[in-house]
Design a protein around this ligand. Structure first.
Ligand SMILES: [Zn+2]
Length: 367
């Protein structure tokens, strides 16, 4: 049984954005993703229906001025192969998705075996909770505004396709400012592409893994008590050069040794250190959602440890590329950093446990 909505009504409040134009002021960490990042299919995802990718499936929202691709999947059988006992209700929430935000695909389908969605050249198997199948999916921050096709397929328990729906989300532009950060020589050395690549490869392997069970529930807490000094998506200009990175998380102000707490339940997936991000912890919240904590002075967890909301993960520090002590916090969905503001309710995010109004279902055309 799916419980009622745990999250209160959606609201919007401005994230405190401080433009760090003054040298020495920014608690900046420079933990942006690099523009040449490509996204491979997450491990553990298997095609679950007759929907198959047409391309090589390795490219997702890479930075490009090209329009979004046309349908990226071949069509399944024209005629349904099976009949479900109840017509599935399919939801995409929201259908207008801001750059760098996540969205929910839910299929309420008693009697369905499973469902999958083709999106951005990848196929995602929906997770099951009661009579609901769902996935949280990311829109990469540099995705060009415009429509992106989705193909959603629902199958019976024997794997026979019962319904296939083609729809779109519309990517809308996020408002981003440019943040200028002054770096000294030792920090500047960490902009070396080899250093960036080392950092990215280590973390990508962890954050693309899929645990097919949701550990998190409801809102995330803030992992640190300090004010937000840099928000998600800001373009980063180092020493007034042309910005070529964006800020892939949220920065919290803090002093060396201040606590960093688990914002929701999960399992510690990785503890380590990279030159770029310093001492690091990555927590797997299940269902393709990870959260990450960087520049720590001290780490208090080990890989495989189960954590619940409020458990200490480590302490704020300035290890890696950092101009001062702070916490850089990321939420990563299927390998793509998304705006953590959604998860702490600065901006709207749909709740997979929430009641959905059948009036807004996009497909109920069961056979
Ligand atoms: Zn940061």
């Amino acid at each position: 049984m799916i419980s009622g909505p745990r999250w209160p009504g959606y609201g919007r409040s401005a994230i405190l954005v401080l433009l760090c134009a003054l040298a020495g002021f920014a608690a900046a960490c420079g933990a942006g993703a690099t523009p040449d990042e490509a996204v491979a299919p997450p491990e553990g995802l298997a095609p679950a229906s007759s929907v198959v990718p047409a391309g090589d499936g390795t490219e997702a929202a890479a930075p490009t001025t090209e329009p979004p691709p046309e349908a990226v999947v071949q069509l399944g059988p024209a005629e349904p192969e099976a009949v479900l006992e109840t017509d599935p209700l399919i939801y995409v929430v929201p259908q207008d998705v801001t750059q760098g935000h996540a969205f929910l695909v839910a299929v309420d389908a008693p009697g369905a075996g499973f469902a999958s969605i083709a999106y951005n050249g990848e196929i995602f198997t929906l997770l099951r909770e009661g009579n609901r199948l769902f996935a949280i999916l990311p829109v990469e921050a540099r995705t060009p505004p415009g429509p992106i096709p989705l193909v959603i397929a629902v199958a019976d328990n024997a794997g026979r396709q019962a319904l296939r729906i083609e729809t779109t989300i519309t990517v809308t532009e996020a408002t981003v400012a440019t943040e200028v950060i002054q770096l000294d020589e030792s920090n500047q050395a960490l902009l070396d592409p080899a250093v960036v690549r080392e950092d990215r490869e280590i973390r990508d392997a962890v954050q693309r893994a899929l645990t097919p069970e949701r550990h998190w529930s409801g809102l995330f807490d803030q992992p640190a008590a300090g004010v937000i000094t840099s928000s998600f998506g800001l373009l980063r200009s180092y020493n007034f050069q042309e910005p070529n990175e964006y800020h892939s998380g949220i920065d919290f102000a803090g002093d060396n040794g201040d606590p960093v707490l688990a914002p929701n339940a999960g399992v510690v997936a990785w503890v380590g250190r990279t030159q770029r991000r310093g001492n690091s912890v990555i927590v797997d919240h299940g269902g393709g959602v990870h959260s990450s904590y960087y520049h720590l002075s001290e780490v208090l967890v080990t890989e495989g440890m189960v954590v619940v909301t409020g458990d200490p993960l480590g302490s704020i520090g300035a290890t890696g590329l950092a101009t001062g002590p702070h916490l850089h916090w990321e939420i990563v969905v299927h390998g793509i950093p998304v705006n953590p503001g959604q998860w702490i309710r600065d901006q709207e995010i749909p709740d997979p446990e929430g009641a959905l109004d059948p009036e807004f279902a996009i497909g109920d055309s069961g056979p």
